[in-house]
Design a protein around this ligand. Sequence first.
Ligand code: MN
Length: 716
Amino acid sequence: MIRQYELVDRVRGYDPDADEDLLNRAYVYSMQAHGAQTRASGDPYFSHPLEVAGILTGMKLDTASIVTALLHDVVEDTKVSLEEIEERFGDKIARLVDGVTKLSRIELQTDATRQAENFRKLLLAMSDDIRVLLVKLADRLHNMRTLGFIRDAEKRRRIALETLEIYAPLAERIGIHAWKEELEDLAFAEVNPDARTSIATRLDYLRSKGGADMVGRILDQIKRALAEAGIEAWVSGREKQAYSIWRKMEQKSVAFEQLSDIMAFRIVVADVPACYNAVGVVHSRWPMVPGRFKDYVSTPKRNGYRSIHTTVIGPEQQRIEIQIRTREMHEIAELGVAAHWRYKRPGDPADGAQYRWIRELLEILEHASDPEEFLEHTKLEMFQDQVFCFSPKGDLIALPRGATPVDFAYAVHSEVGNTCVGCKINGRLAPLRSKLENGDQVEILRSKSGHPSPLWDSFVITGRARSALRRYVRQKEQEQYLDLGKAMVVKGFRDKGHEASDKALAAALPVLKIKTVEELHVAVGRGEITVRQVVEAAIPGLKSEAETPAPLPALAKGKGKKPEGEGAVAIRGLIPGMAINFAGCCHPLPGDRIVGIVTTGKGVTIHTIDCEQLERFSDAPERWLDVSWSEGGETPGVHVGRIRTVLANEPGALSELTTVIAKNRGNISNLRIITRSQDFFEMVVDIEVRDLKHLANIIAALRATKTVSSVERTRS
Ligand code: MN
């Protein structure tokens, strides 16, 4: 075990301003809190947080990180509460410890390997301070180093797989290659010991073939060549990691025998010109393998990585990979964000430092090296705006920040959303409008009789939930129109002494060009067709009887009865097949000057040329359609003319009004009293008429009565 003074010395070695007192207190406190607890290895439990702290001193991390490492398992594994940590060590440390604790809890509750990418994002999203993630990774590294002590083979395997799929990639992503390699190697030994052994054996063979210490001999040759050229350099060499060789074999499906470049060398020099000098020396001495030269010094990778890569046929006729870089490039490549941070750290690390960490991390994550990674990371931009929640089965669901359990329910399945009646968050009942947080476990309570509430629309934020709600509301509306239309049709037939039988309605369908009885009912309910049209279509003969107007004085003076041309085009200028609607705002009648407004998906709406609503379309001339009533043609459907009239408030006035309208073959479709005084009352009457002239006749006839004091056509 590292002794207390050793730990403090190490930290002071790279940070003279380290808070010694804080380190000492954390050391003692953690040791006491863990007390007699032991690890699977039989060691005192405290050895674990201490080793984790030790690993982090290797990264030259700040006091807060080291203290957090010492305390990282205290809240989860002892009786100590987070409040107590806060009291003793301050809220900053408490926040960091809490962060690590939360990450550990999540680790426990899920089979993460199924959704590695989401899980990695969750960990990143929850590590709002990068130090949380670094402590977590160091924690995992030490647990992997001691994995062999765990007796349960299944558990060992699970931890190893999780390490390969989650933690090693995370370490790589934030640029800590040494951790990544060690994590991979330890996990590889657990997951696939045979493969690891056979690769190791093969490496041994190659080594023996090349003679003892081939790496060392090649290393010497490179060093000598550089020294002869007067280049000051630090050169290192190694065999590649078994796991990375194995993965290359898997990915490129090459046999191990074909993998010849199993040695890698690194040349670290003082500055950039020296990099190129070194390349010159290497290439002039050993033949370069074409296609393997990459200059990331002049063109850094998107994550900021800089180095020159080349492969040559080395001094012993072996392919060797060589990286050439400056010292600073090297530190950044090896220590990743941590080095970055150290190079740029201003005087006071407390001052917004954690946010800068995140920014830099995100910057690096954003600019990943290969396109696939890049795509992944452009999503990361958004991931700060995301929350990741678990289903009871441990599925990880990504939602936009601010999402609610209803959004969650619809994200799982629309049927889950539609039958949702309540929810539990982390095992407790919670309101459906609660905002979800990272790592929440959400259980949706469902009922067969449950249905979406229109209220949800005020708090759901995902498109999926929104559109499902709208669909549901539309469907409900449709049902209401269906019921209403059905009732209207039944009454309409009864009024004419007929029954709205299926047979009768079926007969009306082709005439009205409607496919099903249901659609017919909905159309009536919506007011798209009138009951009268349905009755006339269903009962032949009724129409001519109803439509033959008695010659009226005003009509007789005019052109007389119009010819009844079935299917004749009523409006000129229309595009064939386009649906026509008559605007409810101005009630255009045949004879009015009209204009059409095209609405995608809805067809043409006919307005009168003086309709005030047209102003709304003044910016969209392309939607205007020049139309006019066709001379002598029948217009489809019935037109509604609206009049405003003032009647004397006396018995019989209303009946006189309706009688006059009926006599003139007008059909009152709506009637609304606006004001009523002692002497008069004012009302608006909608009358179904053939055309403008028909309405004019009715108005004229009304003016001729004693009780109507005034009457005129109105638009509102
Ligand atoms: Mn731990």
